[in-house]
Design a protein around this ligand. Sequence first.
Ligand code: IPM
Ligand code: MG
Length: 373
Amino acid sequence: MRLQRYEICALPGDGIGPEIMRVALDVLHAVGRKHDIEFACTEALIGGCAIDACGCALPEATLDLARSADAVLLGAVGGPRWDTVDPDKPRPEDGLLGMRKELGLYANLRPVRVYDALVDASPLKPDAVRGCDILIVRELTGGLYFGEHKTIEGVAGAGVGAAMGAHAHDIMEYDEYEIERIARRAFEAATIRQGKVTSVDKANVLDTGRLWRKVVHRVAAEYPDIEIVDMLVDNCAMQLIMNPGQFDVILTENTFGDILSDEASVLAGSLGLLASASLGDGTSLFEPCHGSAPDIAGKNIANPLAQVLSAAMMLAHGLDLDEAASDVTRAVDAVLADGWRTADIAQDTTDAAHVLGTREMGERIVACIEEER
Ligand code: IPM
Ligand code: MG
């Protein structure tokens, strides 16, 4: 009988999801053996595979399992098979968005850390990215994603040449409380980091941006030791490439956070390295920032590190198992320092024998944990 037991809801999803999830679960079990912790993992369907099996992207059984678990670990959803421009057809992404909404996961933490061993993997100059350590705090249950989405066919004047045509809109909304609670998460995070929050908005154009700025500054007043900088989102997109070293915590709303986090992954060398934690007031969810990469699915070439690092975030943020979490991040550090790479982070100078498949990368990490490196 193990000392501790945790129920994990594992949602592999589509594309590369199942193969990277396999690796993450192997790593989890390895760290569990070391600390005498049992991770009881139960898998369920979400996304495209759920549409195929049940006709909807988020079956009730999956939601129930997630709610009753100690934490949820998710792979990725989506793929061309389910792509549709018909707004009435189910989409794999609805599964993920539904899960975020239903579990109230309003705070999405996306750490972007540049590994010393990988400074050359970024297309940016090594001197610009070396040492970068950014935490993107993305609001996750508001904004454009969850405002009204509507398509109306046959609207007078909406067509070409003022003929009848289709109209579509997506409404961006924020309530004060939604901004306040995510801002607080960002300032709290900054207190145990470098003490700086860059709040990113579009206050020169959007009302939601002006409310964002006002509320963020009210919260900032409670944290006099934290430096607060406002930045417009277009400028932030440029600054992330020009001078990424200026950032500590980036606080931003849902859509901007989605875009900026993909951009920031370029600093680290690959989107395949970016993990995330989605937190609310109940069960938390952990998932890589990348998508399901259907073009490389099933080929054993996907980078499993974002999924493994998401499992590490789950250990730290979801289960309060800080030591186990450090074992995983340390093992990832060691494997990278030893020169092991998946194809996405291999460089011209990497010798072919050091380029590993998805499973083999997982085996290296497990070996490091077992060797206590
Ligand atoms: C992400 C993804 C999702 C998002 C998609 C898959 C709905 O891009 O987590 O960044 O837009 O939030
Ligand atoms: Mg995204």
